[in-house]
Design a protein around this ligand. Sequence first.
Ligand SMILES: *Cc1c(COP(=O)(O)O)cnc(C)c1O
Length: 364
Amino acid sequence: MLLPRIDLKRDFDRHRDEYLSAIEKVCVETAYSGGRFADEFAKEFAGYCNVKYCTGVNNGTTALQAAMIALGVGAGDEVIVPANTYIATAWGVTHAGATPVFADCTADTWEIDPDRIEEKITDRTKGIIGVHLYGQPFDFKRVKEIADRHSLFVVEDCAQAHGALFEGKRVGSLGDIGCFSFYPGKNLYAFGEGGACTSDNEEYIDTINVLKNQGCRVRYYHERVGYNMRLEGIQGAVLSVSLKYLDGWTKRRQEIGERYCREITNDKFILQAHPANTTPVYHLFEVQVPDPEDFLRYMGEHDVECNRHYPVPCHLQKAYSDLGYRQGDCPNAEKLADHCATLPLFPEMSDDEVSLVIDLCNRY
Ligand SMILES: *Cc1c(COP(=O)(O)O)cnc(C)c1O
């Protein structure tokens, strides 16, 4: 393949010495699980997100689960979640013992539709998880208005949107808790698994600190049923290196994303809307095409790798078949699932590679 959908090797090659010496420091101190390097990164990331508190965890899925537990979600509760997201948004709710209730996305931003939320609220509803999907912030203001009207929490799933802005504010600083993933390939990523929760509420982060650490503050004294959700020291050290480059990477993602938006003019493609009060960070560049499998084949024949996010919406996944959703329940999410294709986008792409993708799309 001439051009992969994403190529992490280019980042490693460019900053190899810095990454390896950061890892070596962790090894020298054997600070492998939690510890100084994980905690230092969490502090830096709180600063980056402009929140008072941040705690590192072992991945984005557990960040969501821990956030749910910290907010008091449990058996019998419901949490409203977009139908169009990576499935882990919903796992966080299910793993806390509650039920995800899927709401459709809008036809243009492909983010959770504020007009489809209120009809899903019952007396069991505890909160809403909005997802800043593909790096595009959801309409936080309208979601928050609805949440406040019904005394619900808002959790932000920021796994795809590190550094994105909604009305000038960083994602992760808007809702009650922000949940991040540092899975390889996310805009900020670890060399393995990683995640974090951000908040201005000390109590929530304190609870997550206890939960993630086997339910204890003092070793071997367990004050509640806990989990092992600690961030590894090596991941913290790698993330501290990467965080220094995040703004540069974001700028490059924005250049590429904006070129795609401007220069892909073939009317076979429908692109995501980016409202003026948001600053997206272009995690995945998703397009809708009439026949995505045909498009993937065409791009592959020209040595450009594309893939799809996500071919099945959450409410129609087999894992949730017991919830009783049917085709037609979330038509916008279903249309997106049927037609989505993901173009190559990563910060190290050259201008020529970006031009190649645009050219191929326009000739399709
Ligand atoms: C990646 C992702 C997650 C899960 O993060 P992991 O670190 O892979 O567990 C959750 N939500 C969204 C929207 C994601 O893209």
